[in-house]
Design a protein around this ligand. Structure first.
Ligand code: MRU
Length: 379
């Protein structure tokens, strides 16, 4: 099928603006975000001067994606500390801004712990703020390194599962440099395959309702110069049936101790399709996304988002003040109720492999994941 459906990637300019950066202008330190609600139309920066502004940016998806949420959360604690706000309050608000991606809590707690320890040791709030910022920077660096290692392990796994190259990979949501200190999770593997000349095509699910695939993954794919094609989420079944998918690669927001994977809603149906069609379903995520405290899929809290994201067609944005509306174009009768979970949970038996910076786990079992986490803690 399908080369007539291809976009060959005509815009190879890498974005000048990183997903997130710490800056120290004369008016005081700030966290600067690339506002992902405005992509791909505009590359606009959003400047956060305090934790409440960052909480709002997280809720509105200006900053999003599990690893980046962790990094943002850690910088948010540092921002509160450096600017002299109540760090405990800021950490609590940031940690609970969105419930599903465990990386957010991991990042916030790491910077918060560094702050607390330095304060206890020195009694000096400036040194404590410096420790929180150092912890955020360290997490940012580690995520970039993890990303590079996931890409290596993921490409090796693809080559093992699909000898001969020419991979046609289907992905869902957005998992590239917009969600990471590096080149991302699943998308970093896709990029590695592209650079190695082994990617034939990236199939990009549009990812309703907020279109992270159409707006963000297509934007990243275009810039990389890879061959990619966008499809509606419900076209995936016919694509599998036509034999056009060699592997599915997705990221994760939380991986429970038993290997259940929470990721963007629509991932679970892809795993079911992949199993039926004998296609590997591969999850790529840093070890920080594995949460040993969450025993299984049923224990993962799935974020429910406002109904207007479904009843209206729009980029993600906050509701219009004082109304239920989101400012988009209505596509359903006024007053329609919507079911809008942001994530779904794929059981471990449908996951062919989980690829982390420490290597791949396959088959996915609680024991293998526990071993991986233990190995990672020893490093
Ligand atoms: O609601 P979002 O856009 O934050 O959801 C993001 C995803 O589901 C990603 O696939 C996930 O965070 C894994 S990739 C980094």
């Amino acid at each position: 099928m399908a080369d007539q459906y291809a976009h060959s990637g005509d815009n190879k300019r890498p974005t000048e603006i990183p997903a997130l950066r710490w800056d120290e202008p004369p008016e005081g330190p700030v966290l600067v975000l690339l506002d992902q609600t405005r992509l791909p139309a505009e590359e606009v920066e959003l400047v956060c001067t305090d934790a409440p502004a960052l909480v709002e940016a997280i809720r509105s998806l200006a900053v999003r994606g599990a690893p980046l949420l962790g990094i943002a959360g850690a910088y948010g604690v540092a921002l509160a500390a450096v600017r002299g706000f109540d760090v405990d309050d800021a950490a609590a608000a940031l940690e609970s801004a969105r419930p599903t991606a465990v990386n957010l809590a991991v990042g916030v707690r790491r910077a918060h712990a560094a702050h607390r320890a330095a304060l206890a040791r020195t009694g000096d709030p400036r040194q404590a703020a410096g420790a929180a910022l150092a912890a955020a920077r360290q997490l940012h660096r580690e995520d970039a390194e993890a990303s590079a290692r996931m890409a290596e392990h993921g490409l090796a796994l693809l080559d093992e599962l699909l000898p001969g190259g020419g991979h046609r990979i289907l992905t869902h949501c957005n998992t590239g440099s917009l969600v990471s200190g590096g080149e991302g999770t699943a998308f970093a593997v896709v990029l590695a395959a592209h650079r190695a000349g082994r990617l034939r095509r990236l199939w990009v699910d549009e990812t309703r309702p907020l279109l992270q695939g159409a707006r963000l993954t297509a934007y990243e794919a275009a810039r990389s110069g890879m061959a990619y094609t966008l499809l509606t989420d419900n076209a995936a079944g016919s694509l599998f049936a036509a034999g056009e998918v060699d592997a599915v690669l997705v990221g994760a927001d939380r991986i429970a101790a038993d290997g259940s994977v929470a990721n963007k809603v629509g991932s679970y149906p892809l795993a079911v399709l992949a199993r039926y069609h004998h296609v590997p379903f591969i999850v790529v995520a840093p070890v920080t996304t594995v949460d040993p405290e969450t025993p299984d899929g049923a224990a993962i809290e799935v974020e429910q988002r406002p109904g207007h994201e479904v009843t209206e067609v729009t980029a993600p944005q906050a509701p219009v003040a004082g109304t239920e509306a989101g400012g988009g174009i209505p596509v359903a009768p006024l007053g329609t109720q919507a079911y809008n979970p942001a994530f779904d949970v794929t059981p471990p038996e449908l996951v062919t492999a989980i690829v982390t910076e420490e290597g791949a786990v396959s088959p996915v079992t609680a024991g293998a994941l526990a071993e991986l986490c233990a190995r990672s803690r020893q490093v």
